[in-house]
Design a protein around this ligand. Structure first.
Ligand code: COA
Length: 168
């Protein structure tokens, strides 16, 4: 049976559902305290099915990568309810987040991920981790799992949004 899924902006009432979804993936996602989700709720989208939050995605702005007029944006905290994976929820959320973020005209959207094949299907390509050093330093300094971002199996990926040199 076809699922009735709605992707929409998150609101405060969604924060606890978002928190639970992210918490369900401690290996894949950085945990986020409820207070962090509430403070940044305007940078979250959710997918709703029959009133329940079954997926979420967020973004953050990285002025340190790029230029003040065209910084990078990171897509993060992407989580789909375990029983609903492979039903198109993740791709709908990422496509909606890309459309939302594009309004800001960043130079690129980046992601650090253990599922590069999923993000390749979304139009991202692998980039050297060294191009994201500031982001890696800030994120990885709090990680207890790996000695260095270069021994961590997370893959750095990007979607370039800069207008091409020929003006296209
Ligand atoms: C990764 C995740 C978001 C994918 O969401 P999803 O709803 O299952 O993905 P979709 O159903 O929209 O899949 C879209 C496409 O990607 C493929 N895909 C999905 N998960 C994949 C994976 N883990 N590896 C490779 N391909 C994958 C699907 O087969 C589908 O391909 P198709 O278009 O050729 O049919 C989900 O599995 C999840 O929440 N994982 C745990 C948290 C996580 O890893 N988040 C990403 C951190 S950056």
């Amino acid at each position: 049976m076809k699922k009735m899924l709605t992707v929409r902006n998150a609101g405060f009432a969604d924060a606890e559902g978002v928190y639970a979804l992210i918490k369900a993936y401690p290996r894949e996602l950085l945990p986020r305290p409820l207070s962090d989700i509430v403070q940044n709720v305007d940078r979250f989208l959710v997918c709703e099915e029959k009133g329940a939050i079954v997926g979420t995605v967020a973004w953050s702005i990285l002025p340190e990568i790029g230029h003040a007029s065209s910084p990078s944006v990171e897509i993060k905290s992407l989580a789909v309810k375990k029983s609903l994976r492979r039903h198109g929820v993740g791709s709908r959320l990422v496509k909606a987040a890309i459309e939302r973020v594009k309004i800001l005209r960043p130079a690129q959207i980046i992601v650090l991920t253990f599922t590069p094949d999923f993000f390749r299907k979304m139009g991202f390509h692998e980039v050297p981790k060294a191009t994201l050093m500031h982001k890696l330093y800030m994120g990885c300094i709090n990680c207890a799992k790996y000695d260095s971002p270069f021994t961590c199996p997370e893959v750095a990926m990007a979607m370039d949004l800069r207008p091409s040199a020929d003006g296209a």
